[in-house]
Design a protein around this ligand. Structure first.
Ligand code: NAP
Length: 347
């Protein structure tokens, strides 16, 4: 059987594409990724980066309120029970993406919990091999495999993820544990400065920790950081340990000097990583045009086409700039409409 459209990924871009293609009677088939230890270690588990966040307060349509009854009536109980505990006021990232998945399934989307391991873009129909050894064929493909935030790889950093360690200030910065507290942002590029700047809305003080004596960020962003009264730049330092305990989460950090000065120990309740993202495109090398940082190139402005006709893309895998759940979902819709038009033209 040749599928009309196969969607690869399971974050907001993938589910939005599935909802739209399902409603267009294209019977989408979503290869949503495998729940394996390897994917856990690599930070590429199914359900995308939303599933790694806590409260989501900036996705329109989910104001503060008790969603418990709604969730229980919309999503399969066994999947809800597998989600991390949440205080049930407003929506959490894992709940939100679970709702998106359910909405896509309600319109007839089929799903497969496997990884795509090979993709033949020269064949028509396209051929995709997945991790259980089966090969599928599709007239069109939407790649929505997302990106993963880079972490330093410290054991202590991993221990306190979601309890003070985060790689997304916009997602987590307004949480009570960061309000009127001292925080750290690691990195010297535009992302780190944007994170630091955003966090100043809530924090008492933000330390920007950079490993060199010069920022990589654009001049305007660098000036913004240097002139901000709540931001202090700690030059020539790297984070070597996140301090904390099981009850309080993060309580401090140890910063090593890269130029031979003494270690610095700071009392902070939050550590944000702003050291870049890596798109999940390893399986696409040599198949689609990628940028030098590995993001999928979209050659047509404001469209979701890729360098191969019939293959479309959506979400963070092709976006190193906005990286929000709402923008990912928006491009998922766009890619679905692009695929629908492509298939209509084929007929
Ligand atoms: P980036 O420009 O690659 O900067 C990454 C930063 O993290 C660098 O300062 C780097 O230090 C540091 N870093 C990397 N690995 C590290 C490690 N292991 N330990 C300590 N520090 C580490 O990435 P980005 O800031 O995410 O920006 C990506 C792209 O998006 C850029 O083109 C940027 O201009 C764009 N962007 C633009 C905006 C905006 O205009 N508002 C906002 C966000 C992003 P070194 O400098 O020493 O290498």
């Amino acid at each position: 059987m040749v599928e009309k459209v196969i969607i690869i990924g399971s974050g907001p871009a993938a589910w939005a594409a599935a909802i739209y293609t399902a409603r267009a009677q294209l019977q989408p088939f979503v290869i949503e990724g495998a729940m394996t230890a390897e994917n856990q270690a690599a930070g590429t588990l199914p359900m995308g980066q939303l599933s790694l966040t806590t409260e989501v307060e900036n996705y329109p349509g989910f104001p503060f309120g008790d969603l418990e009854t709604y969730l229980a009536s919309s999503v399969d109980q066994s999947r809800l029970l597998a989600l991390p505990p949440h205080k049930k006021e407003g929506v959490s990232g894992p709940e939100l993406v679970e709702l998106m998945r359910q909405q896509a399934i309600n319109f007839g989307t089929r799903t497969l919990p496997e990884d795509v391991v090979n993709l033949d873009v020269t064949a028509k129909p396209f051929r995709l091999s997945v991790s259980d050894g089966v090969t599928y064929e599709a007239q069109s493909i939407i790649v929505a495999t997302g990106a993963k935030a880079n972490y330093l790889g410290l054991e202590s950093e991993n221990r306190f993820k979601n309890r003070g360690v985060s790689a997304c200030a916009v997602c987590d910065g307004a949480l009570p544990r960061f309000r009127n507290k001292n925080l750290i942002v690691v990195g010297g590029g535009d992302s780190a400065i944007e994170e630091a700047d955003y966090l100043t809305k809530f924090a008492q003080k933000v330390y920007l920790v950079h490993r060199r004596d010069q920022l990589r960020a654009s001049k305007i962003m660098a000036r913004r950081a240097m002139e901000h009264e709540k931001i202090e730049i700690l030059w020539n330092r790297t984070l070597t340990e996140v301090l904390g305990d099981d009850q309080s989460g993060v309580t401090g950090a140890v910063l090593k000097s890269t130029v031979g000065e003494n270690d610095l120990r700071l009392d902070v309740t939050g550590v944000f990583l702003g050291i870049g993202h890596t798109p999940n495109t390893a399986f696409l090398k040599g198949k689609l045009d990628l940028t030098d940082k590995g993001y999928i190139v979209r050659p047509v402005p404001f469209r979701c086409h890729t360098s191969v006709a019939g293959i479309f893309t959506a979400g963070d895998v092709a976006d190193d700039y906005y990286r929000q759940a709402i923008t990912a979902a928006g491009t998922g819709c766009m890619a679905a409409l692009d695929a629908e038009r492509y298939l209509a033209a084929l007929e």
